[in-house]
Design a protein. Structure first.
Length: 318
């Protein structure tokens, strides 16, 4: 029984050219042998879909098919294969699934499919000056995905890091990577042309950044946070203390009678992203008590501790 090309693609006979292309895109992905290895029925279905699309996507062939049915090829003087008057057949190898699902076509698949199948959107194929159909561009190499650890300070300030990559020939290649200032943990950095070699061009190297924790600093958005110990005398009397920041050491004024847990802000000394205002550094004060106190000092502290700590804690309820 002759194949009904419209039924094969699942479209009505009055389907538009765009509806035909859309149906073909979906079915070509579904039945492609790369997705269905060792499945002969899928391979056969894929070939039927290709044959149907080749006819219905060509306006002149479609007109002949609508008029004469499956015998249109004899009416037009062409054979079932390539050559004058015939149709161009595409095999499974002609549809590269790596282009459907690779990094080059992230986001909405429809955008990528439009570019991929634009080569099929022609009447009889794109002709070169000699009259031959132009060959599809050879596929590019595979992308390589790696996780790359970087120090906390490099993530905040930016800088250069290095990653080692084993090539197919077994050689280890070291690649310099420029880390942008303010990169977040989990961010992906793409290095064009540093992936696996391919017939037309190499793929890309895609690094997923992992930022190592800092022993003292933490990051929240574009602000940096640090806990800074001060002495009891500095908390009571006030003091100027040196604080390390990404931009260097700054002098910070601690007001008199500063309680533990108080936060002091150093404006503009946080994470600085390109084109955006820098975040701030928030310094949380931690009062470090002396190892011991003499009786006289302890008595004076008790006298000055008004109200007492127990009275202050009464306001805390569950």
């Amino acid at each position: 029984m002759a194949q009904d090309y419209y039924s094969t693609l699942g479209v009505p006979r009055n389907a538009s050219a765009e509806e035909i292309r859309k149906a073909y895109r979906t079915l070509a992905v579904k039945y492609h042998p790369d997705k269905n290895p060792d499945d002969e029925s899928a391979k056969k279905k894929f070939q039927e879909v290709q044959a149907a699309f080749d006819v219905l996507n060509d306006s002149s062939k479609r007109e002949m098919y609508d008029r004469y049915g499956s015998s249109f090829e004899q009416m037009s003087g062409g054979g079932p294969g390539g050559g004058p008057g015939g149709r161009t057949r595409y095999t499974a190898e002609d549809v590269d699934l790596s282009q459907f699902f690779g990094e080059r076509f992230s986001g909405d698949p429809a955008g990528g499919f439009h570019d991929i199948f634009s080569q099929f959107t022609r009447a009889g194929g794109k002709q070169s000056r000699g009259g031959r159909r132009q060959r599809r561009e050879a596929p590019r190499g595979e992308d390589v995905h790696l996780t790359h650890d970087i120090p906390f300070n490099i993530a905040v300030q930016g800088g250069e890091s290095r990653v080692s990559l084993r090539r197919p020939d077994g050689k280890i290649e070291t690649i310099a990577v420029r880390i942008p200032a303010g990169v977040d943990d989990g961010k992906k950095i793409r290095l064009r042309g540093q992936g696996q070699p391919g017939p037309s061009e190499p793929g890309d190297l895609i690094l997923t950044v992992h930022v190592a924790p800092h022993p003292y600093f933490t990051r929240r958005g574009n602000n940096l946070h640090v806990r800074l110990p001060i002495s009891l005398a500095e908390a009571v009397e006030g003091a100027k203390i040196d604080v390390p920041t990404p931009k260097g050491v700054v002098s910070l004024r601690v007001p008199p009678m500063t309680s533990g847990g108080s936060k002091l802000r150093v404006k503009g000394h946080g994470v600085e992203l390109k084109g955006k205002p820098a975040g701030d550094l928030l310094v949380e004060v931690q009062i470090r008590l002396p190892n011991s106190l003499d009786d006289d000092t302890l008595a004076r502290l008790r006298k000055a501790d008004q109200p007492t700590g127990s009275e202050l804690r009464r306001e805390i309820v569950w």
